[in-house]
Design a protein around this ligand. Structure first.
Ligand code: PEP
Ligand code: MG
Length: 756
């Protein structure tokens, strides 16, 4: 059974357009299950009717013409209940109806299963047999498994179809749901970012320079042939002759009679070399993967590797600059910090990342840049998106392809309303933040990119609560030296002087990867992250801490060093020993420096419960709520699939935060929070009430939070907190706080789509 499933799914995956996908499904299912009929009905989004889309066994002429109401017939019944229906004799079922148009004779046995993708019912897959018999459990299980696996492919094929231009008209507007990345809306043109040497992510593109493209491709082939010959030579005395023969075979595959010839003929038809290569390699890989022999099947992976090598050479030889039109919306399979800097700022309108979620680090950076971003739009057919018109809505996490004129107008209005809201707040920029009843709240910023500095200072930041030093490491292609780091940190410290600046030691791992220091783990968020990495590599830690302390020489700034991802007191003791060593050495070298304050981030539940022991060892605490929430609620912050479960107002989270504030204050030490939660005005009211001394957020959120807190009474926020701590449901808490904000005259902020 598994073999059949695998081969049907492979065949379907290669099919491309929706009709071919559905026809393969009905053909293969009918044949495999030996039924008289197999049909697929798909839901038409416009009227929710179930359209007869493909069949084997019924009248082909009726395909696309016949449809059922959502509650009509047995097919409607399957869709309505979202459950399989296995009937020995469908004729006896009260919901059965006959359709003359599809030649439905009285078939007796009926098995229908829903096709569900991301909780959405896409349609129904049905098999029928003339005689009366009950489908076996095995058969039912097969159809359910197949339908579950095919749902994603069908959704993708549907979406792809909606992006294809037909001869006579522009495609209909289509909306794809992802999630909030960074607030703001934008209208523009998609430019797909092609990651290095990843053939499967290459988008389809046309070229006007056919000769140039062919020349480039031929040069890439020659370079790849050279690479292969070099490798074969190096391995000559270590490999068996039959293994060496494989290299010969690969060289042959690249010559004009095989892959090269096919790619060149596609380029002649006007296709860009990378996507021509992708198509040809895809076909050859599929040929191998269909083979019965397991050894030959695995050769498919070699061909894929070969294709990636050619692509890599193609990319390195192509020195033509990428054109970014005004209003570029950069689309990436998985947005990286390097992508954020790819497009000139005056051309950049937005970002889309197919993977990831609103709490992914890259989304936080995009928000800091003030660029509308949508994350986790998994159904978006990226390969067809290049140069297509788009609207993105970073508040709602929505992408619209080929937007209609009405949609353009609607979003232009939203953008104007948002701009007016933010403009109205600018005036409060340089005042310190006090509540109506005089309670002082310190609002600091999180930084990482150099562009954050000017934005933060413009908006009246009183300090830096989190400088994500890893961003600089991620943009590099090797570890920066101590001196290189010192220069950058000094620039940062000088820019903010005399305000306090909290520099976090290198926090890599999880979703923060360094290309030159790969960490490969099955479970990276529970793996080698943050302080765990740097304590295992004291040479990296020491160089960084030395750079921080030296950077502050002669500047009137309060430098604070902060340790990420701490889960035990032993880690703190070890880190402090190393920090003290750095300080001693620098003083011995003759520099006039101060010993910085040292603090710890509370990001894992263990640190919450040991807050008392931790605070005794250090000068301050800062809650990293982005990670703390993911670890407390067991919700991967990077996974779009579970993003709904990531709840800042979860009672367990609020109790944990309240507990750590008390622990820090019991020792008369300061405590801040630097996760995204601090930048949400409704959450900020509760955090202030808990007693956080510092709320640190992206500069984008600063004015909104300042406005909210300075229109609120601290004493009332305390009463609200008391109530909230007795509540047991995140949704109720959020609704209650939002309602109180409205009552306080902050409806415009709650209503702002930013915090929906
Ligand atoms: C956090 O986890 O809340 C935090 C501020 O750190 P980061 O988002 O960089 O992991
Ligand atoms: Mg963190």
């Amino acid at each position: 059974m598994l073999d059949v499933l695998r081969s049907v799914i492979q065949e379907v995956n290669r099919a491309g357009d929706l009709n071919s996908v559905l026809n393969i499904i009905v053909e293969r299912v009918k044949e495999t299950m030996e039924t008289d009929v197999c049909s697929v009905y798909l839901v038409d989004e416009r009227d929710q009717r179930l359209v007869f889309m493909a069949t084997r066994g019924f009248n082909q002429e009726a395909v696309g013409k016949v449809s059922l109401g959502p509650k009509e017939g047995l097919v409607g019944y399957v869709a309505e209940r979202a459950e399989p229906l296995n009937l020995e004799d469908a004729q006896n079922h009260p919901r059965n109806i006959l359709f003359a148009e599809i030649d439905e004779e009285p078939f007796h046995a009926f098995l229908g299963v829903p096709i569900i993708h991301h909780r959405k019912n896409l349609g129904v897959l049905v098999v029928q047999v003339k005689e009366s018999r009950r489908f076996e459990d095995e058969e039912e299980a097969f159809l359910i498994t197949l339908s579950a696996q095919l749902a994603g492919v069908i959704a993708h094929a549907e979406a792809t179809g909606s992006l294809l231009l037909s001869d006579d008209h522009r495609p209909q507007a289509r909306t794809f749901k992802g999630m909030q990345g960074a607030p703001g809306v934008a209208s523009g043109t998609a430019i797909v970012s092609v990651p290095e040497a990843e053939l499967h992510n290459v988008p389809y593109r046309r070229t006007n320079d056919i000769e140039g493209e062919i020349e480039l491709f031929k040069a890439a082939i020659r370079a790849t042939q050279q690479d292969i010959s070099d490798i074969a030579k190096r391995l000559e005395d270590r490999l068996q002759p039959e293994e060496l023969a494989l290299f010969e075979a690969y060289l042959h595959m690249l010559d004009d009679t095989a892959i090269s010839g096919e790619v060149i003929s596609r380029i002649h038809e006007g296709e860009w070399a990378p996507s021509a290569l992708k198509q040809v390699i895809g076909k050859h890989v599929a040929n191998f993967e269909e083979m019965d022999d397991a050894y030959l099947r695995e050769r498919g992976a070699d061909v894929r590797d070969l294709g990636n090598r050619v692509l890599s050479n193609l990319q390195s030889k192509d020195t033509r600059p990428q054109h970014y039109p005004p209003g570029t919306i950069l689309v990436s399979q998985e947005l990286t910090p390097a992508d954020l800097a790819r497009v000139p700022r005056d051309r950049l309108a937005g970002f889309i990342s197919i993977k990831g979620s609103g709490k992914s680090h890259v989304a936080i950076l995009a928000e800091a840049m003030g660029v509308p971003t949508v994350m986790g739009v998994e159904d978006l057919p990226i390969e067809l998106l290049d140069e297509k018109p788009l609207i993105i809505d970073g508040f709602e996490g929505v992408v619209i392809t080929y937007p209609s004129e009405e949609q353009e107008q609607y979003y232009t209005r939203i953008a104007a309303e948002e701009a007016a809201l933010v403009e109205g707040l600018e005036v409060t920029g340089d005042q310190p933040c006090h509540t109506i009843d005089g309670h002082r709240v310190r609002l600091w910023v999180n930084t990482g990119l150099m562009t954050d500095v000017a934005r933060s200072l413009d908006r009246g930041a009183e300090g830096v609560g989190l400088y994500r030093t890893e961003v600089h490491f991620m943009m590099n292609n090797r570890f920066p030296t101590e001196e290189e780091q010192r220069v950058i940190y000094r620039e940062h410290l000088q820019a903010f002087a005399p305000r306090p600046v909290t520099m976090r030691t290198l926090d890599i791992g999880g979703d923060k990867a360094l290309s030159y220091f790969p960490i490969s783990e099955a479970n990276p968020f529970l793996g080698w992250r943050g302080i765990r990495v740097t304590l295992d590599h004291p040479e990296i830690f020491l160089a960084q801490v030395r750079a921080m302390i030296r950077a502050n020489e002669g500047i009137d700034t309060e430098l604070r060093i902060m340790l990420p991802m701490v889960s035990s007191t032993a880690e703190i003791d070890e880190a402090q020993r190393l920090i003290a060593q750095c300080y001693r050495e620098i003083v011995e070298e003759g520099a006039q420096v101060e010993m910085p304050d040292v603090g710890v981030m509370i990001e894992v539940p263990a640190a919450v419960y040991q807050a008392k022991d931790i605070i005794k060892r250090v000068d301050f605490l800062s809650v990293g709520s982005n990670d703390l929430i993911q670890y407390m609620l067991a919700v991967d912050r990077n996974n779009a699939q579970v993003a709904e479960l990531y709840q800042e107002f979860h009672p367990a989270v609020l109790h944990a935060l309240n507990h750590v504030v008390k622990a820090a204050h019991a020792e008369r030490k300061g405590i801040g929070i630097c996760g995204e939660m601090a930048g949400n005005p409704s959450a900020a009211v509760l955090l202030m009430a808990m007693g956080f001394d510092v709320l640190s957020m992206t500069s984008t959120s600063l004015l909104m939070v300042k406005h909210a807190l300075s229109h609120f009474e601290f004493s009332y926020a305390r009463q609200m907190l008391k109530k909230v701590l007795d509540m047991d449901n995140a949704y109720l808490i959020k609704n209650y706080v939002d309602e109180e904000m409205r009552k306080a005259g902050l409806g415009n902020i709650v209503r702002s789509r930013r915090y929906s």
